[in-house]
Structure formats: structure tokens, C-alpha cells
Design a protein around this ligand. Structure first.
Ligand code: COA
Length: 260
């Protein structure tokens, strides 16, 4: 298993767990951490032994408490746009990954941490999770996709309120707003994510990736999601797993999918 400085990557039962690991800085995303996260996600794309990912934070307090503020403080008009694009591109990699990625939110998910959770396909929160986009208090705005993805998940009015006031919300409120899929005790956090991912792992993986693409195209102004749906539906009918799924139904037995 590849080792990094600021993230831990482990693999079990085809699930890769990526743990942001700067607990003394509440797992703040500095440039090195982002670069390592990018590398780990790129490996998920190509590693045939991996079918899903859990992203979480190290320590008791935080998922990720934001982008690294000392690094943010050094940004200016000439380098800031590239810095946001660097983060945005990594979060696009997460969002567009054909393998499901769940954020296991185990504490503060603020600023870039909230944006990291938003880029994942689903979010499961521990009861101590806190979400917020407090960038405005630093004189900036979210820069890793938060203005877009938070709006997609909670709607325009609530997104406006959260980003303009910098208010943070607890796990119960995040669940009520549709920001998280489930809230569980912190002891059950990884177990709940694993349970969801194992359920998905029993499904045909090519169809899994195609559903992720279609849903993402609903939010992509350059895409026609209905056209994507038709095209990818047709592509499914060319797979061995389509033949297996339909045959198994007709033969009244459980399908055995092979991911082809
Ligand atoms: N970037 C860099 N370091 C951070 C950080 C961030 N986003 N968030 C926390 N840290 C560091 C603190 O500076 C502190 O380091 P130090 O011990 O070397 O001084 C350490 O993590 C612990 O944080 P601390 O503030 O002492 O913990 P707390 O429990 O009192 O408060 C928070 C927790 C999350 C409320 C507080 O740390 C905070 O507001 N962080 C910034 C959140 C934010 O604005 N994020 C958006 C950034 S764009």
C-alpha cells in the first residue's frame, strides 16, 4: 500500500479508506494534502481491486476543518485562481469517479472540508459532525465548488443563508436539509458507510458508474442528462451483467455479476 505524509490509505474487502491525517491541524487541507488526495483518488480509478471509497478524517474532532488558513493567507490575485482550480479539479475527480465514494463525516466539516464532503457521492455523519462554509469570515468565498454543490443539495435559500452568515449546522440539521444521507453514532460511522458500499458492490459495477455519470449530468449545464441516460442505458444492454441480471430474473435465481 502506498504511503503518504498527510493521508492514510487502507484497503479492505475492495473498499479503500482515505483518512485525511493532520489531526493537530484538524485535518486542514494544505497543498500537499490535496496533492496526495489527488494521487490516491487517481489510483482508485485504475485499481481493479477497489470498488468503493470512504473518505474520513483522523482524530476525535474533525473530518476536515477547511483549507489550510496559513496557506490561504498567502494567496493573491496572481495565484489564487490557480489554487481554487487545483482544489476544484481534485473534487471533480471525486465527483466523477465511477466507483462510489462516501464521506464519513466524523466532526468538523468546515470550508474546504464541507466542500470535500459535498464532492463525495454520499455523506454519512457522526452525531458530532458540524457543517459550514465560514469562508466569508476570512474575507473570501468557498473556492472548491461549495457555492455550487451546497446549493444543489440544500437549495438556493438555505445555501445563501449558510454561506452569507457563516453559520454552521449540526448533523441533525444537516440531515433535515438533505445534506447527509444518514446520521449515526461515531462508533457506527464506518460500519454504516461499509454497509452501503457492500450493498452497491453486489450490483453490476458498470451500471453503478453509469448511474453516477447520469446523476452528475443533471447538474452539468453542458450536458443533456436525458441523452446521457439513453446512451448509457443502451451501453448497459451490451454488457455481460445485463444478460446475467435478466437471465437470473427469468430463471428465478440470484444474479452473479462480473463487472463486464
Ligand atoms: N487551517 C489551518 N489550521 C487549522 C484550521 C484550518 N482551516 N482549522 C484549525 N486549524 C488548527 C488551529 O490553528 C490549531 O492549530 P495550533 O494548535 O497549531 O494553533 C488546531 O488546528 C486546533 O484548532 P483550534 O482552533 O485550537 O480548535 P478549536 O476546537 O478551538 O476550534 C474550529 C475548532 C474548527 C472551530 C476552529 O479551528 C476553526 O474555526 N477553524 C477554521 C475553520 C475555517 O474557517 N475553515 C475554512 C477555511 S477556508
Amino acid at each position: 500500500m502506498k504511503t503518504y505524509h498527510n493521508i492514510l490509505v487502507t484497503e479492505a474487502n475492495k473498499i479503500t479508506t482515505i483518512t485525511i491525517n493532520r489531526p493537530d491541524k484538524l485535518n486542514a487541507l494544505n497543498e500537499l494534502t490535496l496533492a496526495e488526495l489527488k494521487d490516491a483518488i487517481q489510483l482508485v480509478y485504475t485499481n481493479e481491486n477497489v470498488s468503493a471509497v470512504i473518505v474520513t478524517g483522523s482524530g476525535e474532532k474533525a473530518f476536515v476543518a477547511g483549507a489550510d488558513i496559513p496557506e490561504i493567507a498567502k494567496l493573491n490575485g496572481s495565484n489564487a485562481e490557480a489554487a481554487t482550480k487545483f482544489g476544484q479539479d481534485i473534487f471533480f475527480l471525486i465527483e466523477n469517479c465511477p466507483k462510489p465514494i462516501i464521506a464519513a463525516v466524523n466532526g468538523y466539516a468546515l470550508g474546504g472540508g464541507c466542500e470535500l464532503a459535498l464532492a463525495c457521492h454520499m455523506r454519512v455523519a457522526a452525531e458530532n459532525a458540524i457543517f459550514g462554509q465560514p469562508e466569508i469570515t476570512l474575507g473570501i468565498i468557498p473556492g472548491y465548488g461549495g457555492t455550487q454543490r451546497l446549493t444543489q443539495l440544500v437549495g438556493k435559500g438555505k445555501a445563501m443563508e449558510l454561506m452569507l452568515t457563516a453559520d454552521s449546522i449540526n448533523a441533525t440539521e444537516a440531515f433535515r436539509l438533505g445534506l447527509v444521507n444518514h446520521v449515526v453514532s461515531k462508533e457506527l460511522l464506518i460500519e454504516k458507510c461499509t454497509e452501503i458500499l457492500n450493498k452497491i458492490a453486489s450490483k453490476p459495477s458498470l451500471a453503478v458508474g453509469k448511474i453516477i455519470t447520469c446523476i452528475n449530468h443533471n447538474f452539468d449545464k453542458a450536458a443533456n442528462g436525458y441523452q446521457t441516460e439513453s446512451t448509457l442505458f443502451a451501453a448497459c444492454t451490451e454488457t455481460a451483467d445485463f444478460k446475467e441480471g435478466t437471465t437470473a430474473f427469468l430463471e428465478k435465481r440470484k444474479p452473479v455479476f462480473v463487472g463486464k
